[in-house]
Design a protein around this ligand. Sequence first.
Ligand code: NAD
Length: 260
Amino acid sequence: MLQGKTAIVTGSSSGIGLGIAEHFAKAHANVIMNGIEPSDQMADTVARVAALGEGEVVYSPANMMKPDDIQAMATMAQETFGGIDILVNNAGIQFVAPVEDFPTEKWDAIIAINLSSAYHTTKAAVPGMKAKGWGRIINIASAHGLVASPFKSAYVAAKHGILGLTKTVALEVAEEGITVNAICPGYVWTPLVERQIPDTAKARGMTEEQVKQEVLLKAQPTKQFVTVDQLGSLALFLCSDGAASITGTSLPVDGGWVAQ
Ligand code: NAD
C-alpha cells in the first residue's frame, strides 16, 4: 500500500513508534526510524524491520530536543529518499511529580520532545508534501491531550498543545492533499508506562500493583491495555486513500477512557 512513500517515525526505537514503523515497513514504505539510542545499538532492530517489507529502512539518532538534529534528519530524508511523505511525531517522555516539586529541566525537556519537536519536523516536512500534493502527518498525542491526571503537568500541557498544532496545521494544508491528525492512546504497556510506575506509586502513596490496577487500568473501561498493534493499524489506515477526508481530528484509542 505504501510502495514508493517515505515515512519518518520519531521515537521508533521502542514501544508505539516501533510498532508503527513495523506496520509501515510491512506496507513496503521506506522508513526512517529514530530514537535517542546510538545507531550501532539499533542495527539489529533496523535490519529486522527492513526484512518485513520491500522498502528501505534507515535510522537517525536525531535528538528531538535539538532543532539542528531535526533539520539534519529532514535533509537525510531528502537526500536518501527525495523527501518525506508521511511524518509520525511520536517521540515522547514522561515525568510524574506534583507541580510544586516538578523539576524545571524536566518541564523543559517534555515540552521540547513531546511538543516543540513536532513543530520543527512539521515545518521541515510540509514544503515537500505541498510540492507533491500528498502528505500524511500523524501526531501521537494521548488521552492526556483530552483530559488531565494529577502529577503530569508538563505531559498534559504538551499533549493538549499538540492537539492545537494538529488542528492548526490541518487547516493550513487542507487544500494541498495533506491530512494532519492526532491519535490519542490510552495506556499502552511500553517502557514509558513501566518506568512511571514507581514515581506514580510514590506520588500517590500506593504500591506499584495498586498503581497498575487502580490508576492505569481503572481509567480504561475495557480494563485492558491498548496494544501497539492497534495503534500501528490506525496509523496505517490514516495513510490510506480511505482516510483522505479525515483531517484535524483527535482519535482516542483508549478503551473508552475519555467517554467517561
Ligand atoms: P517508549 O519509551 O517506549 O518510546 C519512546 C521513544 O521516544 C523511544 O524510541 C525513545 O528513543 C524516543 N525518544 C525519547 N527521547 C528522545 C529524544 N530526545 N530524541 C529522540 N527520540 C527520543 O514510549 P511509548 O510508550 O512508545 O511512547 C511513544 C509516544 O506515545 C509518546 O509520545 C507518548 O507520550 C505516547 N503515548 C504513550 C502512551 C503509553 O501508555 N505508552 C499513552 C499515550 C501516549
